[in-house]
Design a protein around this ligand. Structure first.
Ligand SMILES: Cc1cc2nc3c(=O)[nH]c(=O)nc-3n(C[C@H](O)[C@H](O)[C@H](O)COP(=O)(O)OP(=O)(O)OC[C@H]3O[C@@H](n4cnc5c(N)ncnc54)[C@H](O)[C@@H]3O)c2cc1C
Length: 335
């Protein structure tokens, strides 16, 4: 490979790709449209269901310690925390799964380890606008362009389809089946009355206009800040709603007010440390593809699809790690 491999997206997938290429001494450049590597992984409390994923992470970061958690999810109903009702969406189903593996201490060590490897290779604030299949050239929003031997795409697949100037008939067939995308907000709150200390998900339902929304919380302790335990809440919206920032802000205000009524002295006393808008959350099961080479010279590394012959039941990080094992094999062949 004379030209570099280009890695698009600096979330967990992109950082894993960079780790892998670095280990195999393959020259590569990473591109992230935001100012920061890590993306969704920064706002999650990584939990995985497959033992194989744990082996994979320990290969990357031998110091990580994982434990099996089997506490049940709980829901706030009529003033009490009680066992959670059945999940109301596939995403919720995923969040309520028990048992699962979680890191024994927070995942910052793993993040720092990956950041350290990936950072020198990545360019941030660069959005990929076009992939020219014929010339093997990638173009960015600022007019810069890069020749590539191969692309590892670690963003959403519909973003790839939008950028790709070439024959994408097969990819479009797959994308027609991806039907259920949500957006959301994640917000960290501390309160006078802390929720029950559980490893699993907490559900706090609240009314917003004519809807009952169910915010999903996890207890979050960051030993690197001076804050005690927070609860990190995720509120999901259908994508149209989530694109209306004014509605989202009103909804967040309602959530805080309702939460404060139950657990804090007043809205102003809730410690709100961080609000993040999550533009796209896919909540369907991954779709089967023939190969992770979803377009000529473009390998997909993410959790939206899985190649035939792999375990169909994996989701999210488990799926990402399973796909990564295949990308690793492919890179070794190419070297
Ligand atoms: C709040 C939350 C909690 C979650 N918790 C869990 C969990 O506990 N366990 C689990 O398994 N999964 C969880 N998930 C799912 C999570 O999405 C994955 O686990 C994983 O973090 C996804 O990583 P990724 O790199 O594939 O995608 P992302 O994190 O979405 O990263 C993609 C990156 O690509 C960049 N990008 C996209 N297009 C372009 C472009 N054209 N040019 C440049 N850059 C581009 C984006 O800016 C983004 O940074 C959670 C998700 C959320 C939102």
């Amino acid at each position: 490979m004379n030209e570099p491999v280009l890695v698009i997206g600096g979330g967990m997938g992109g950082m894993l790709a960079s780790w892998l290429l670095d280990n195999q001494h393959i020259p590569h450049i990473g591109f992230e449209s935001s100012g920061q590597l890590g993306s969704d992984f920064l706002s999650e409390h990584p939990r995985m269901c497959s033992q194989a994923s744990i082996h994979f992470v320990q290969q990357i970061f031998p110091n990580s310690d994982w434990m099996l958690s089997d506490q049940p999810p709980v829901e706030f109903r009529k003033g009490n925390w009680v066992p959670a009702n059945a999940a109301s969406s596939p995403f919720e189903e995923y969040c309520l799964k028990t048992p699962f593996f979680k890191m024994a201490v927070n995942h910052r060590g793993l993040m720092d380890h990956l950041f350290e490897k990936a950072r020198p290779h990545f360019k941030t604030h660069l959005q990929i606008r076009e992939i020219d299949e014929k010339q093997h050239v990638l173009r960015c929003h600022d007019g810069s362009s890069y020749v590539y031997s191969r692309i590892i795409w670690c963003g959403e697949l519909d973003g790839l389809a939008k950028c790709y100037a070439g024959n994408k008939k097969e990819l479009n067939k797959v994308l027609r089946k991806v039907d259920c995308s949500f957006s959301g907000i994640s917000v960290d709150l501390s309160s006078e009355k802390p929720p029950p200390l559980t490893d699993n998900t907490l559900i706090f339902p609240f009314r917003y206009k004519d809807k009952i929304l169910r915010s999903l919380g996890v207890i979050w302790c960051d030993k690197n800040t001076d804050q005690d335990c927070l609860t990190r809440w995720l509120i999901l919206f259908e994508r149209d709603f989530g694109e209306d920032k004014e509605e989202v802000a009103k909804c967040l205000k309602t959530f805080r007010r309702e939460f404060a009524k139950e657990f804090g002295g007043g809205e102003s006393e809730l410690g709100v440390s961080r609000v993040r808008y999550l533009s796209a959350i896919s909540c369907t099961s991954p779709l089967r593809v023939e190969s992770l080479e979803v377009l000529p010279s473009v390998t997909y590394l993410g959790s939206q699809v899985f190649p035939s012959g792999r375990n169909e039941n994996f989701q999210n990080l488990d799926r990402l790690f399973d796909n990564m094992a295949l990308v690793e094999e492919e890179m070794m062949r190419l070297c």
